[in-house]
Design a protein around this ligand. Sequence first.
Ligand SMILES: [Zn+2]
Length: 365
Amino acid sequence: MEQVTPLPWQQTLWAQLVAWRERLPHALLLHGPRGVGKRQLLKAFAQLLLCETAVDDSPCGRCAGCHLWLADNHPDLRWLTPAAQMPERDDAASADAAGDESGELRSASASKTSREIVIDQVRKTGEFLSLTAHRGGRQVVLLIPAEALNGPAANALLKVLEEPPAGSVFLVISDELDAVLPTIRSRCILLSAPVPTAAQALAWLQSRGVDHAATRLAEAGGAPVGIGDESALDDRATLDSATRDVLFTLLGRGPALTGAEVASAVPKDIAVAPAIRLLQRWGWDLLAERLAGRVRYYPQYQRQFATVARALEPKRVVEWAAALAQMQAVSDHPLNGRLVIEGALLSYIDALRTAGTNPPMTAVR
Ligand SMILES: [Zn+2]
């Protein structure tokens, strides 16, 4: 695992964590919106806790503890995370930047494994904690995200949290605090994740050399972490492949798509955030096809992009994508998912039709 450092907007909370290091509670729960760097912060803190010669507030990078961390092999660290989310894929900020076209493939194969944290994983974590620390220091469990615990797993974890072994610490992340069992929450110290200002987010993206930083920040609803790293974006997606196929089929119809088709096809329980993300990427691919003749996210639909892009007015698609970003910013709210996505698709039809072309169905007389 690479060495990670706190992000610029996390310095105050970082100082607080560092100050707590010697008298740490047994469980910290960091909650807040996606894309603000929660994983990065707790991973940095985990390394600091496992560093054996930390100076002030940063891990030394040279001791045995740091070497084991960097080798992704520290015996006193455990991940409690869905099988579908490999630890490497959690780190939004450190992976390589733009152009990673293998992200979709990895996402597809990961969907075959569980998106829940299951009881067997919790039991193994309990067994791990029942042993003494190999390196004589702390035992650290990264629980990411807490809302992925299924019912039996959550109950098993409660027992561990009731009597935590000395020296153990759970570092917990939640993107949806409301979805975490109150009994789990009440055993954790809750910390609200710092959210960057627009200027901080933009400056950070630019410092990392992300292209079109302002546009993409808007696309992501102001959450910068993960931009420029498509595998991390995929990591946050939770659409099943059937729903993805439905959306791709609808989008691929272009200006011929009808409101009736939208109303009959969008599933009732669709997950809003990943669905909007898919629509956004579709929009960016349409623009890329139109402006550069090359798509990035969904090359498997090249033929549809070529057809639809021919007649579109780029400005209208940019406006559509901007409206999606606004929806994304509020997508954690308990809205009716189907209504939101239907609305997004209807405005897609609108954006394509005002390009001055009639849909084929009405053009044929
Ligand atoms: Zn060290």
